[in-house]
Write a protein that binds this ligand. Structure first.
Ligand code: HEM
Length: 402
């Protein structure tokens, strides 16, 4: 397929003047052509872009769409990346493999388990903030706080022994480092894979109260293989590290830009909980869109999408749909229907780690503003390096003073 002038190129670039808002073109499309073609790979692929909240939810909730990236029409960002990954990365698999793999982890994210992690999250938050305040400033909030916090939480979750945290964190850091070379990233990926495989075997011999121990037990029961257990652990790191880090950094920027809302964040658990939902909606960091391929013909928003055609669902655009959210571009920390945002997706692939992500944000954000009441961004907004070409939106660094 070739690109025509009426088919806009799919872009991740947000406007310089309003870096926390989606590209204006998408707001326009949502009003005028809510289900429309966009161009990828210089027009060689033209998947559909679905921008209204209601239509986005319809796609994500429908069994007529697949997340399998090996379909030739799958709207992967890079051409030639239609290979199957390990099944432990189950987001890219349909049921029944997806369901079988997801089931091995569902208990880990039940409220009771996540609540048990809250004291550890609070302790790690405290330690990192203490270390940060020892510095003379300005310091990079991403390097010293937003990135290490979720990576240390994943260490707790998986049961990475304390003395091995530095190795684990170093590899994770390289994996999410946009300046790392392809070779460095590949080495970190391989190192982490080998490490997690060894950890599965170690936990079998010396069990703990952690995810890897329970995955090793499922290997012994014949439910999964050692390799699956290691891949599932790696997938949790990938899915939960950068996403949460970016939410911490961008939420901090957003609140500093709306200083009158900071008292709300400090107002107790219910207020924090609703504020976190609004920040999730407002920022909708998975701005590369959730991506699907139709496996049956299906009509969405009055448009027929044929089997084999790709669909991109930019949740940052759907979550700003004025037909569903009143004054969607306002940050309203008491928005009544906020919990129906799509920042964690919807349907069978809805974020498994969302209770953990919520717990982290609910603990971290009030603590940051309690401990650092004079926190300020040390550079003008236009000098902040936003990640413009990554599927998950964030900042490369955030110089702050306190
Ligand atoms: C604020 C932070 C986070 C955001 C915004 C986020 C967002 C998302 C979204 C949008 C999806 C759905 C993708 C799709 O439908 O194609 C997803 C899936 C997933 N997320 Fe998260 N996530 C976050 C944190 C986490 C954490 C902390 C973990 C675990 C440690 C996690 C684990 C997963 C997993 C395993 C899936 C795949 C679910 C499936 O395919 O069944 N996420 N996430």
């Amino acid at each position: 397929m070739t690109s025509s002038p009426t088919v806009p190129t799919f872009t991740l670039t947000r406007p310089q003047a309003a870096p926390l808002d989606p590209p204006p073109l998408y707001a326009q499309l949502r009003g005028e052509q809510p289900v429309t073609r966009v161009s990828l790979w210089e027009g060689r692929l033209t998947p559909w872009l679905v921008t209204r909240w209601e239509d986005a939810r319809a796609v994500l909730g429908s069994p007529a769409f697949s997340t399998d990236q090996t379909h030739p029409g799958a709207p992967n960002f890079k051409e030639g990346t239609h290979q199957p990954g390990p099944r432990g990365f189950f987001q890219n698999y349909d049921d029944p493999i997806h369901a079988a793999m997801r089931r091995t982890l569902t208990r880990e994210f039940m409220v009771k388990r996540v609540d048990a992690l809250r004291p550890a999250i609070a302790r790690l938050t405290d330690e990192l903030l203490t270390d940060l305040t020892v510095l003379s400033g300005p310091a990079d909030f991403v390097e010293h706080f937003a990135l290490p916090l979720p990576s240390l939480v994943i260490c707790e979750l998986l049961g990475v022994p304390y003395e091995e945290h530095p190795f684990f964190q170093e590899q994770s850091k390289t994996l999410v480092d946009l300046n790392a070379t392809g070779e460095e990233s590949a080495r970190a990926f391989a190192n982490l894979g080998e490490y997690l495989l060894r950890l599965v075997q170690t936990k079998r011999a010396t069990p703990g109260d952690d995810v890897v121990t329970r995955l090793a037990a499922q290997v012994d029961e014949g439910v999964i293989t050692d390799q699956d257990a290691a891949d599932l652990s790696a997938f949790l790191l990938f899915a939960g590290h950068e996403t949460t880090a970016n939410m911490i950094a961008l939420s901090t920027i957003t609140l500093l830009n709306h200083p009158d809302r900071i008292p709300h964040i400090l107002g107790g658990p219910d207020q924090v909980a609703s504020a976190v939902e609004e920040l999730l909606r407002y920022l909708s960091i998975v701005h590369g869109g959730l991506r699907r391929t139709a496996i049956d013909d299906v009509t969405i928003g009055g448009v027929t999408i044929h089997a084999g055609e790709g669909v991109i669902i930019p949740v940052h655009v759907a979550n700003r749909d004025p037909e569903f959210f009143t004054n969607p571009d306002d940050l309203d920390l008491e928005r009544a229907n906020v919990r129906r945002h799509l920042a964690f997706g919807y349907g069978i692939h809805q974020c498994l780690g969302q209770p953990l992500a919520r717990a982290e944000l609910q603990i971290v954000l009030p603590e940051v503003f309690r401990r650092l009441p004079s926190l300020k961004i040390a550079v003008p907004m236009e000098e902040i390096a936003f990640k413009q070409a990554t599927a998950v939106y964030g900042v490369r660094e955030l110089p702050v003073t306190w």
